[in-house]
Ligand binder design. Structure first.
Ligand SMILES: [Zn+2]
Ligand SMILES: [Zn+2]
Length: 881
């Protein structure tokens, strides 16, 4: 057994336990008869950096996993890795100084896989150091065939159910990533742009008309995207806008490009925006898509997949969007058809990965049907913590304008298991039993269903990575592609609020469609960590604190304790070093208390005392209460409250009061009652703290039960409050004695007496009859008195007046030149009641007690000096020094 060092040597202790603990301690037992508690742990993207936000979220998960295990649940805390995606492709290109097109798909994929494996290894190390009780036998890695086979099976099954289809449809497109993206991957931000008023030449209005209707002489449209003039397919006005009523049905010619388009009416045109006349292009924004669908307009494509202007744009062909915009404006100005420009704020969609403004392009893509009502209904049957997060999902779902675009034009992702017939173009979807496969390396085993040809062209597109990760819940629940009926919802999904519209949304959608159930009973949403400057931690702000830095300085337990106590789970948390230091002080205090106790416990043989001292019984009652409350907080995942409660017990009750009260007993004799109490308290404390601070808890527990064959605290059950005696009477007395002891200590220190000096006699005037004779013995040692007496009456002592002190502030203004005489007379008096009568110049004057202070002394019958200390209502203590 290791020696108990003066300071808590976290480095040595953490390394030792990491070495000593077995992975099997946290394995999920499949045939266990305990109730399952399955956690749908987030599979992080393997960037190689398990950042502080992850760490906070995983701390919460680990608190829950460890708590539930100790409460007797069969806990599954699996760990997945959501590997696919663009960032790794970009990193691979940078690292090896290549572009993905220089290599075969196969080779490029391999490079991405290697990079990912290294990153996973790095992140795993941080997670192990942080003490997470992950079941590593349940690890899943989405880039491996074992996992992506499931993604492909889900694709085939959903295709069979007609939930997945291929269609040409406008999609959100990132011109930099050169791929379609989903709505969830578009981030809207406000930016300043210019609204351009452009004169469209009328085709069907005769010149005379212009004179008659002077106010609407020309058709002035207002647009923020003049570079899309070539894609203009209609002009629209609001039918209720009297100014433009006559325009409806007429035609205009688009400047610079010359196509003639119709003026149509639509209620959604905002008459207050610009001139109230807008152009509809394919596609400037989501609204254009709506109008395009509703009015069955043609499609004119001005932007290609790389974000350059197409041949439709004539001499602007090949220009980048911004470049084209500048050129078009210049030309419009030259032609005199740009009437004016004004600055406006506009919401623009950006690619969430690379922050490039997105375009809406009409593309042939794979889509997954979104049943909005069904998703909301399922989401409603899940418990949301905190509750209001449900509305984020609901609002998001309601705002979706079209189905989920699931195909991506990338390489490092799950291949879409589809080929196209080279002869007739018919799509051939793989059979479940052929999976996993990459259509680029395999051929279908059957001929084309339509024409019988054996010639196929593989699908080059891959699946959105959310198609992988949205299976996480049914994957950890044991779905193998065919056992839908057996799969039950998992118990808990912990995740951040930033991925409600992606991971939560897609998981609900997919689980509902694949197994017809909700994915989880409860979804627990955690907040973000803000840097010391109050902003979300980000590289660009330079306010990132890596968890390793905190662990190096203070250890993993301090980090975890900080995570538990820094704020309410669900709310954003502000990082402050001050809070880290406060957690560090807690660990130090715990260690010091433990060390002190162990000095005395080393001789304790574990014998249970026949009688428990009142003060010990008080402590155990306090411990009982603590366990009840902490357990309540743990059930609500209110970790901050749980830690606050444990802290106040450890610090105020156990260390500052109890140990001070029993010190003399501990030093004087082998006192089984206090030793038993201390050992039980440390045992319970180590188990209450085990979910939060696994290392120090294990260290304490292992010293307490050196001989025990099952010495790991993490294999013990949660403290059972019913096994810790709560005694009402002892509790009440203990509370009084606690106050009594601190009163006496204060008195001693006021008198300049050493704190360990015994007083001669302590008389407890207990009018309420709280104390019994039996309590005396216990109190005697606790307060440090040679003799303790209990009297059932108000104290009555001989009072001796030592001095009367005149209050000159009151006497002065009233008696002026006589003040001195009044003061002298008062000094000579021995006032009995609240007033005194004195004689001034033959007049009798009555003075109340505000004119003087009386310094009294209480004396025993023998004439010994006494100090009276009021403790509570009807309890006073007389101390004879
Ligand atoms: Zn992008
Ligand atoms: Zn065919």
């Amino acid at each position: 057994m290791s020696e108990i060092t003066k300071d808590y040597e976290f480095k040595e202790i953490e390394e030792r336990w990491i070495e000593d603990w077995k992975d099997e301690m946290y394995y999920f037992g499949e045939r266990s008869d305990e109730e399952n508690f399955i956690i749908d742990t987030p599979p992080p993207y393997p960037t190689g950096d398990f950042h502080i936000g992850n760490s906070l979220n995983w701390c919460y998960i680990d608190f829950i996993a460890r708590y539930k295990r100790m409460k007797g649940f069969n806990v599954m805390f699996p760990q997945g890795w959501d590997c696919h995606g663009l960032p790794t492709e970009v990193k691979a290109e940078e690292t090896y100084n290549i572009t993905k097109n220089e290599l075969t798909r196969e080779k490029f994929r391999r490079i991405c896989e290697d990079l990912t494996s290294k990153n996973i290894e790095k992140m795993r190390r941080t997670m192990i150091r942080l003490g997470f009780s992950i079941d590593w036998s349940r690890e899943y890695i989405t880039m491996l065939p074992a996992y992506y086979a499931k993604t492909q099976i889900s694709f085939v099954k959903m295709h069979e159910k007609n939930l997945i289809y291929r269609d040409k449809h406008p999609v959100n497109w990132c011109p930099r990533c050169e791929t379609a993206i989903a709505f969830a991957e578009v981030e809207y931000e406000s930016r300043e742009t210019e609204l351009n008023y452009i004169n469209f030449e009328s085709v069907s209005l005769k010149p005379s008309w212009f004179y008659v209707h002077k106010s609407s002489i020309c058709v002035h449209i207002a647009t923020t995207r003049p570079e899309l003039l070539s894609a203009c397919v209609a002009v629209a006005v609001n039918p209720d806008d009297g100014r433009h009523k006559d325009l409806i049905g007429k035609k205009v010619r688009v400047p610079l490009f010359g196509q003639e388009v119709k003026i149509i009416a639509d209620e959604e045109v905002d008459p207050d925006f610009g001139t109230g006349i807008v152009m509809i292009c394919t596609f400037g924004d989501k609204q254009d898509v709506k109008w395009w669908k509703k009015h069955s307009l043609e499609t004119r494509r001005a932007v290609d997949r790389k974000g350059r202007m197409t041949s439709l744009c004539g001499r602007y062909e090949g220009m980048k969007i911004e470049e084209c915009r500048r050129a078009v404006i210049e030309d419009l100005e030259k032609e005199g058809i740009l009437i004016k420009r004004e600055k406006i704020e506009q919401n623009v969609g950006y690619c969430w990965r690379c922050h490039t403004p997105i375009e809406i392009l009409s593309e042939v893509q794979w889509f997954l049907k979104v049943d909005k009502e069904g998703i909301i209904e399922t989401a409603r049957s899940i418990r949301w913590m905190p509750e209001h997060m449900f509305y984020r999902l609901k609002n998001w779902t309601e705002s979706m304008d079209w189905d989920w675009c699931i195909s991506r034009q990338r390489v490092f992702a799950t291949p879409i298991p589809v080929w196209y017939c080279a002869n007739c173009g018919e799509a051939k979807v793989a059979k479940v039993e052929w999976l996993p496969l990459d259509p680029n390396n395999t051929k279908p085993k059957d001929p084309c269903d339509k024409c019988g040809s054996y010639e196929f062209i593989p699908e080059k597109d891959v699946l959105d990575t959310w198609m992988d990760s949205s299976l996480s819940a049914i994957n950890v629940a044991g779905w193998n592609g065919e056992n839908e009926k057996e799969i039950k919802p998992t118990q808990l999904r912990p995740q951040g609020h930033d991925i409600i519209r992606t991971w939560a949304f897609y998981t609900i959608l997919r689980t509902r469609e694949l197994i017809g159930k909700k994915p989880w009973d409860t979804i627990f949403i955690n907040g973000m960590i803000l840097g010391e400057d109050g902003y979300k931690m980000s590289k660009s702000r330079g306010n990132i604190i890596p968890p390793e830095e905190i662990m190096e300085k203070y250890g993993a337990d301090v980090f975890r304790l900080w995570a538990a106590s820094a704020g309410r789970p669900g709310s954003d948390i502000l990082f402050r070093w001050e809070d880290i230091r406060s957690s560090s002080r807690f660990i130090r205090k715990l260690w010091n208390v433990f060390r002190f106790c162990m000095i005395h416990l080393k001789d304790y043989d574990g014998e249970i005392p026949e009688r428990i001292n009142t003060i010990d019984s008080w402590l155990l009652s306090e411990l009982h209460k603590t366990v009840v409350e902490v357990e309540g907080y743990m059930e609500d995942y209110s970790f901050d409250d749980a830690i606050k409660r444990i802290r106040s017990f450890l610090w105020n009750v156990f260390a500052d009061n109890y140990i001070e009260m029993v010190k003399s007993r501990l030093y004087e004799k082998r006192d089984n009652s206090s030793l038993y109490t201390i050992k039980l308290t440390l045992d319970v404390l180590s188990r209450l703290l085990a979910p939060f601070t696994p290392y120090i808890s294990e260290e304490i527990y292992s010293h307490l039960f050196e001989e025990s064959p099952q010495r790991y605290v993490h294999l013990q059950s949660y403290p059972d409050h019913s096994k810790i005696p709560f005694d009402e009477r002892s509790h009440k007395i203990g509370e009084i004695v606690k106050d009594l002891v601190s009163s006496i200590r204060r008195y001693k220190s006021d008198q300049g007496m050493p704190l360990n000096k015994e007083v001669n006699l302590l008389e407890i005037h207990d009018e309420a009859g709280v104390f019994s004779e039996g309590d005396l013995i216990d109190i005697k040692g606790t307060v440090g008195a040679r003799e303790v007496k209990i009297l059932r009456a108000k104290p009555t002592f001989n009072r001796k007046i030592i001095e009367v002190m005149p209050n000159m502030k009151k006497i002065g203004p009233k008696f002026r030149e006589d003040s001195k005489i009044v003061a002298e007379k008062l000094r000579e008096m021995e006032p009995e009641g609240d007033t005194v009568t004195i004689e001034i110049d033959g007049d009798e004057v009555e003075l109340d007690s505000s004119y003087f202070d009386v310094k009294k002394e209480f004396l025993t019958e023998k004439g010994e000096k006494i100090k009276l200390l009021p403790i509570r209502d009807k309890v006073t203590v007389a101390v004879v020094v």
